[in-house]
Design a binder for this molecule. Structure first.
Ligand code: NAD
Length: 503
């Protein structure tokens, strides 16, 4: 892997054209300024420097993008699945070919460490390949027999859809939504997060170079309450796939209600990692540390609550604290860096605020709890100990490299604390007692659970949360269920009796 100096030079080369061209909207195959001419700056959390001027789209731009997506829909829908598959594989090839550029730009725009962003770019390509291969079967349904009738189901793409993405790992998360939508035969209008709009430009560029017809994927940049809101309210948009905060999800549900929008929400989390004293504690420490301090802790599936059995609580927390203190915080392009700067000063302020909250609530700061350096949004990996479930640091999604450790006595208490949250995205469980694991997974309120594992992903498996963590599932066929309508045709197999009214 290149060192920091080399990566800085490469990033500078990749960013030069963004400085020159800015980040425009991409509508119907062409780059456009916002109709109003308005722009905003995207800045780097590394030093606050301006990376690019971005088109600040609004309702007029969204309307133009929806028109383009509507015009492109019929031809894309009717293209044979194997042809869509071929184009989407070419998109994946294009992502792989430009993975380094994507990773460098993403690191500078978001502050995420290059070691993770390189993998995230490749994951984006895998998402395209996985759904590309499913494109030919997307329309398939079932036949359902009953006496005297045969029902044949099939699926149709729902129409132009809106995809609204957050600022954490934006490239990979966008592909997770856009690839299945395109494979299903939908056209897309994406509204990227205003804090990290840069790699959306690269994705649409790569896609069109790979042969995606103009208008099939459109991008409108801008603010959530403006461009985002207009997208959710537009009658031409049939569904909204949204990844972001839970309270934004509820706003989107309200905004989309007038036009009866179908919604798919991947929202926040306050995920527990539960460690029993019979577990493989070496691996459990590795997983607990990885799942909160990787990706800056700005990760919906991060395990931000550490629930440890009281018999091993002090020792386990000491080990996690020791490891956290040794984690390298630094420039995101340094290949040694684990924790880079947080996305934006606004978010950094929120995270730093929890250090005072923790102290005021009576938790102890075992490590971290401070800002690092004077320039950039750097925060030390932090562990709060002696916490209880009612503290804000145990209840609210901090979305940074900050872990809250709570002791528990037994299985019943572990479940009570784990479920004592409005969220329900993931839960991680460490025990070598198989029957306990089975009992626990029956009762944990989470959409995804991992036993003796960090967040291992399998693209055909369902991804999504319960409670305030989401509505709907991605992955495998579940994604197609969202982007497609299932229709039924009933054929009479006998001359059944029809009431002869008025005969
Ligand atoms: P956010 O909700 O602030 O913003 C997400 C997107 O919604 C942005 O593009 C924003 O502009 C847009 N938006 C804001 N208000 C809107 C409105 N009224 N109408 C339409 N769009 C609007 O989220 P964020 O801070 O960018 O991302 C972090 C959050 O995302 C965290 O809560 C995290 O847990 C969550 N997340 C969840 C998953 C998951 O799979 N469950 C994955 C990644 C991130």
């Amino acid at each position: 892997m290149s060192d920091l100096t080399e990566n800085l030079a490469k990033a500078e080369a990749a960013l030069a054209r963004f400085r020159r061209e800015g980040v425009l909207n991409h509508i119907g195959g062409t780059q456009r300024m916002a109709a109003s001419g308005a722009t905003f700056d995207t800045t780097s959390p590394v030093d606050g420097g301006v990376l690019a001027s971005v088109a600040k789209g609004g309702a007029e731009d969204v309307d133009a993008a929806v028109r383009a997506a509507t015009a492109a829909f019929a031809a894309w829908r009717d293209m044979p699945g194997k042809d869509r598959r071929a184009i989407l594989h070419k998109v994946a090839d294009g992502i792989v070919a430009r993975a380094e550029e994507i990773a460098l730009v993403e690191s500078m725009d978001t502050g995420q460490a290059i070691r993770f962003m390189s993998k995230a770019a490749i994951r984006g390509a895998e998402n395209f390949r996985f759904f590309a291969d499913k494109a030919p079967e997307a329309r398939d349904g079932q036949t359902l027999h009953a006496p005297g009738q045969i029902n044949i189901t099939s699926r149709r793409p729902i129409g132009p859809v809106g995809v609204i993405t957050p600022w954490n790992t934006p490239f990979m998360l966008s592909t997770w939504k856009i690839a299945p939508a395109l494979a299903a035969g939908c056209t897309v209008v994406q509204k990227p997060a205003e804090f990290s709009p840069m790699t959306a430009k690269l994705l649409v560029e790569i896609a069109e170079e790979a042969g995606l017809p103009p208008g099939v994927l459109n991008v409108v940049n801008g603010m959530g309450e403006d461009a985002g809101k207009a997208l959710t309210e537009h009658p031409g948009i049939k569904a909204i796939a949204f990844v972001g905060e839970s309270r934004t999800g509820s706003m989107i549900m309200r905004q989309g209600s007038e036009t009866l929008k179908r919604v798919h929400f991947e929202l926040g989390g306050k995920n527990p990692v539960i460690v029993f004293d019979d577990a493989d504690l070496v691996r459990a420490v590795d997983a607990a540390v990885f799942m909160i301090y990787s990706l800056n802790g700005e990760r919906c599936t991060s395990s931000s609550r550490l629930l440890v059995q009281d018999t091993i609580y002090d020792d386990f927390c000491a080990k996690v604290a020791e490891r956290a203190a040794r984690i390298k915080v630094g420039h995101p392009l340094d290949p040694e860096t684990v924790v880079g700067p947080l996305i934006h000063p606004v978010h950094e302020k929120k995270v730093l605020g929890y250090f005072d909250t923790a102290r005021a609530e009576g938790a102890e700061i075992a490590t971290g709890g401070v800002k690092v350096g004077d320039v950039g949004c750097y925060v030390a990996p932090t562990l709060f100990t002696k916490a209880t479930s009612d503290m804000a640091v145990a209840r609210e999604e901090i979305f940074g490299p900050v872990l809250t450790a709570i002791p528990f006595a037994d299985e019943a208490e572990a479940i009570r604390i784990a479920n004592d949250t409005e969220y329900g995205l993931t839960a991680y469980l460490w025990t070598n007692d198989l029957t306990r694991a089975l009992r626990m997974t029956e009762r944990l309120e989470a959409g995804m659970m991992w036993v003796n594992s960090e967040n291992l992903r399998h693209l055909p498996a369902p991804f999504g949360g319960v409670k305030a963590s989401g509505i709907g599932r991605d992955g495998g066929d579940w994604s197609f269920d969202f982007y497609m309508e299932t229709v039924n045709v009933c054929l009479a197999a006998t001359a059944h009796k029809i009431p002869r009214l008025g005969a």
